[in-house]
Design a protein around this ligand. Structure first.
Ligand code: ATP
Length: 242
């Protein structure tokens, strides 16, 4: 059974079609990169998968069950999407505690471990209003990791992160997959995707234009980042722009 499957998913905003007949599936323990130019539909697809947005047609199944998810199933999903809303007077530690309390889960050292994994131990008790953009991004990743999800969805997790943060994301994604979680990660950092993903799915104007391992899609990993960029543009074209 796939951890995630999408079948013929479509979504429009007014008359603007954003997702068209999207098919995909993710298995436990694999890391899949979602690629596409600005406006290709990556975030919309992730919002549909996480139940934040309803598709116009098609089906999304998580852990074998069609959306919408039952509350207990929700705890099996961890997602960092968009810019999360933070209460500026709260702290990172307090925010994570609220998430655990809401889910009725015990801490058992989980909060401290998660803060450590994202490099926020030293800032854990600072007010969120004082966090930098990169620190907020780290906290969003921590929130997604907190419940040890079976499906981890990260929308451009390296946004605003320093080089050490890039390494951290790489390490976390690999650790989560090794633990058995399925990971779907979008990024404009083609070299990062090339390094960390087992498979890629390319979206262009809301359609999947390519999906598979880099090898199956005809990319030679030895040929380096510049070649990956050429390969990417060869598949997505110019995204419909003039
Ligand atoms: N709530 C909304 N209302 C209207 N249009 C929307 C809405 N959300 C997204 N769109 C449109 O859907 C299209 C896809 O947007 P989406 O954010 O999914 O793209 P993306 O691939 O994540 O882009 P980026 O790389 O810039 O983050 C865009 O044309 C966007 O303007």
């Amino acid at each position: 059974m796939s951890v995630l499957s999408c079948h013929e998913v479509t979504k429009s905003f007014r008359k603007h079609s954003v997702l068209e007949g999207v098919h995909l599936s993710l298995e436990a323990g694999e890391i899949v990169g979602l690629l596409g130019l600005n406006g290709a539909g990556k975030t919309t697809l992730m919002r549909v998968i996480t139940g934040l947005s309803t598709p116009d047609s098609g089906e999304v199944r998580l852990f074998g069950e069609a959306l919408p998810m039952r509350p207990r199933q929700l705890d099996r999903l961890g997602a960092a999407l968009d810019a999360p809303a933070f209460h500026r007077w709260s702290s990172g530690r307090a925010m994570l505690r609220t998430l655990l309390d809401t889910a009725g889960l015990p801490d058992g050292g989980r909060i401290a471990r998660t803060l450590d994994r994202v490099g926020l131990t030293g800032a854990a008790d600072r007010r969120l209003g004082t966090y930098s953009q990169g620190m907020r991004q780290r906290l969003a990743i921590a929130a997604a990791l907190l419940k040890q999800p079976d499906l981890l969805i990260l929308d451009e997790p390296t946004n605003g992160l320093d080089p050490e943060g890039l390494r951290m994301v790489r390490r976390i994604v690999a650790e989560e997959a090794a633990r058995g979680a399925a990971v779907l990660v979008s990024s404009h950092q083609l070299d990062e995707i090339q390094r960390i993903c087992d498979r890629v799915i390319m979206l262009a104007q809301g359609r999947v234009v390519a999906a598979g391992t880099l090898d199956a899609l005809g990319y030679d990993p030895e040929s380096g980042p510049a070649a990956f960029e050429d390969w990417f543009f060869g598949l997505v074209g110019n995204g419909g722009r003039q």
